[in-house]
Design a protein around this ligand. Structure first.
Ligand code: GFB
Length: 316
């Protein structure tokens, strides 16, 4: 391993309560990393520069995974563009600057696939970033996520700070937001189909036309890739974290139907937004480095459904 992160290194997962952040904390612990600082509920308020500065000066993390910032599905992006954009801009500005000023050895920032232009050659390769207009349903959030990786590059360029960026495919897993309006498509469909099964409903409503395609990677695989990149990736150019399943929303709905065991009909609602027509990431770069996802899509869907069933009573 090129840059082994020492077992006793001080590590901060900024965004420890997010889906990816909690998966990362869990996997770091499994691998024997015990010196984790700022772990929820002790995580500082990342939207407050003074609090973030005090935290870095006091706890002095050596490695930072920056996976913080509010996010949501297509409707949440349409409903809360200001909130999503501002939160992400504040978080990246504060964490990246404090990390630099407090001598962090390495930082890994996670951007989003919506950083790519709406009409992008598929699968989307890193060279296509900033080559065209963004998808309007998530433009504000996407601009903030782009600002995050550009800021990492700027700190690398001006100060030599080793701040790298990854762009994960759409991900899902246990602990996801299962709310009906603001969640991403997989938790939304798992919940809708489950509730339809229990109620004996004749059909389930699927937003949009069913034709958009998405690539999905299980959150534990994304967490695994983040640790791999922290150890092995030393380049200021963002790198895709992908290699998952690329399916249409209709195909996805049928897969979810099988996992849940719902035998009713699918009814598509074209009055709801489709978002980007295609969103799959080119995974060659990371694959050449020796990483690819390990958990099959069906298994991952099953694990996520199990989690939902066990936590159904806590849903929003
Ligand atoms: O997962 P999702 O909200 O995010 O939607 P995006 C993916 C596709 O699933 C869209 C369709 O074409 C939706 O119209 N869909 C069908 C549904 N039924 C549903 C449903 O019940 N709920 C939801 N949520 N979708 C987000 C971006 O885009 O993905 C973010 O807005 C970010 O900025 C994130 O990039 C990863 O892939 O369209």
């Amino acid at each position: 391993m090129r840059n082994a992160v020492e077992q006793n290194a001080k590590i901060f997962v900024a965004g420890g309560e997010t889906l990816i952040g909690s998966a990362l904390l869990q996997q770091l612990k499994i691998r024997g990393y015990k010196n984790l600082v700022g772990e929820p509920p002790e995580e500082p308020d990342l939207t407050n520069q003074g609090i973030v500065d005090d935290f870095f000066a006091r706890d002095r993390p050596e490695y930072v995974f920056l996976v913080a910032g509010k996010s949501g599905g297509i409707r949440a992006n349409q409903r809360y563009p200001a909130e999503l954009m501002l939160d992400n801009l504040l978080v990246v500005s504060h964490v990246i600057d404090s990390a630099y000023r407090n001598g962090v050895k390495k930082l890994l920032y996670l951007a989003s696939p919506c950083s790519y232009p709406k009409h992008c050659p598929q699968p989307m390769s890193e060279e296509s970033l900033l080559s065209g207009y963004l998808e309007p349903t998530n433009e504000s959030y996407a601009v903030a996520k782009i600002a995050g990786f550009k800021l990492c590059q700027a700190y690398w360029q001006q100060y030599g700070a080793k701040f790298v960026s990854g762009i994960p495919a759409n991900f899902f897993g246990p602990g996801d937001d299962f709310s009906l309006e603001d969640s991403h498509v997989i938790p939304a469909l798992l919940r809708k189909m489950h509730e339809a099964k229990v109620a004996g409903a004749e059909f389930v409503e699927i937003w949009g036309s069913g034709t958009p395609r998405r690539e999905f990677v299980f959150v534990d695989d994304i967490a695994d890739a983040c640790i791999f990149l922290m150890q092995n990736y030393d380049n200021s150019e963002p790198i895709n974290i992908a290699g998952g399943l690329d399916v249409s929303i209709r195909e996805l709905a049928e897969l979810v139907q099988n996992v849940v065991g719902y035998s009713g009909k699918l009814r598509f609602d074209p009055s709801k937004p489709d978002g980007m027509p295609l969103k799959a990431l080119e995974s060659r770069k990371l694959k050449l480095m020796g990483w690819q996802p390990k958990i099959s899509f069906e298994d991952a869907l099953g694990i996520t459904y199990e989690w939902f069933l066990a936590n159904e009573n806590n849903k929003k």
